[in-house]
Design a protein around this ligand. Structure first.
Ligand SMILES: Cc1cc2nc3c(=O)[nH]c(=O)nc-3n(C[C@H](O)[C@H](O)[C@H](O)COP(=O)(O)O)c2cc1C
Length: 197
């Protein structure tokens, strides 16, 4: 299944074809593919090249680890994410290694890393569904997170499922249109709210 963006201006196919499925195919992701996704994250830019991101990874081939990670999602996300072959948690080191001051770009840089990971996934026929609906306290205790490390997102990774073989609720959600505000809502020129012409 694909769900390309309806574009107002042309972009690379990898950008248009990335989307966030809830229905995943019952198909494993080879470890080498996952390493390539994480390599894309590794090469993201970051403030001071601090690389404040970290990922915790669990595949369905590791049932205990997978169940632990699944249990760190809010129930609404667990309902569909349990079908994904791979789950990850995205974390950020929130203080700079160079001087222990707060890194106010840490979450931004984790987001960039996850964006590159997602585009690399699209290039390999995979899709990534990021989630903010996580249980940070559960993650901190389950994974013994040190001070200054914050769980920010979870990521479900897998091959999109065939709508004919998905449960109806998931197929319906994946069939819903993708939607974006137009550029004039967020691209400004002379002042905030003044569209850049
Ligand atoms: C940081 C972040 C948090 C998100 N949280 C959730 C979530 O908890 N549950 C969910 O189903 N989708 C979540 N999403 C997915 C968005 O709803 C989705 O990206 C958005 O609707 C646009 O759809 P698209 O990615 O298919 O273009 C999240 C996405 C991001 C980037």
């Amino acid at each position: 299944m694909s769900k390309p963006a309806i574009l107002d201006h042309p972009v690379h196919a990898l950008i248009a074809e990335r989307w966030s499925p809830v229905g995943f195919a019952n198909r494993s992701v080879p470890p080498a593919e996952l390493r390539s996704l994480l390599e894309a994250a590794r090469w993201a830019p970051s403030a001071y090249n601090e690389q404040p991101w970290a990922y915790i990874v669990a595949t369905r081939e590791e049932p205990e680890a997978f169940a632990q990670l699944l249990g760190c999602l809010v129930p609404g996300n667990q309902t569909w994410a349990r079908r994904a072959p791979v789950l990850m948690i995205g974390l950020a080191r929130t203080r700079l290694a160079r001087n222990d001051k707060p890194n106010r770009h840490a979450l931004h840089d984790l987001g960039q890393a996850s964006a590159l990971l997602s585009v690399e996934a699209t290039a390999r026929g995979l899709q990534v569904h990021q989630m903010g609906g996580i249980l940070p306290g559960a993650i901190a205790s389950a994974y013994d997170l040190p001070q200054g490390v914050e769980a920010v997102t979870a990521l479900a990774v897998g091959y999109p499922g065939d709508p004919d073989t998905l449960p109806d609720a998931l197929a319906a959600r994946d069939a819903s249109p993708r939607d974006r505000a137009p550029q004039r809502a967020f691209v400004f020129g002379a002042a905030w709210g003044k569209s850049w012409e």
